[in-house]
Design a protein around this ligand. Structure first.
Ligand SMILES: Cc1cc2nc3c(=O)[nH]c(=O)nc-3n(C[C@H](O)[C@H](O)[C@H](O)COP(=O)(O)O)c2cc1C
Length: 128
């Protein structure tokens, strides 16, 4: 059974809702899933999981949340080469630029992007 971590930051709950749906999907697919808020995770924990789904909304100006998620992700990047990952997050008024940048960054880090990233406008609806 694949051990998969869902690691997310959420200010108003939209990305958290997505994280719950991602975790439920992993469980339905037979995966062994553990969810972490960004503050509970560390780069060292990356070694304990076959795959990691990262979730962060668009913050700042099309950026990752800077206080908790961005510093954590920067540390995790050192372990991304060859690692199976997925990316998801909610956004407001933009066009998803933060996710394009984030995905490009992961490609540069030579992560294995396991599935197309999922973004949704504010709270996730049926389509998201
Ligand atoms: C400080 C701040 C900055 C934001 N910057 C952007 C942005 O650059 N682009 C965008 O599309 N949405 C932006 N948003 C909107 C959030 O991404 C959106 O409300 C999202 O649903 C929040 O997700 P959360 O509930 O998981 O925190 C920003 C929100 C806040 C509070």
């Amino acid at each position: 059974m694949s051990k998969i971590a869902v690691v997310y930051w959420s200010g108003t709950g939209n990305t958290e809702k997505m994280a719950e749906l991602v975790a439920a999907g992993i469980k339905d697919g037979g995966g062994d899933v553990t969810s972490f808020q960004a503050a509970e995770f560390s780069a060292e924990l990356m070694d304990h999981y076959d795959a990691v789904a990262f979730g962060c909304p668009s913050m700042g100006a099309e950026e990752l949340e800077e206080a908790e998620f961005a510093p954590l992700f920067e540390q995790c990047e050192k372990k991304l080469k060859g690692k199976k990952i997925a990316l998801f997050g909610s956004y407001g008024w933009g066009d998803g630029e933060w996710m394009r940048c984030w995905e490009d960054r992961c490609i540069e880090d030579e992560a294995v992007i396991a599935c197309p990233c999922v973004i949704c406008n504010e709270a996730p609806d049926e389509t998201a």
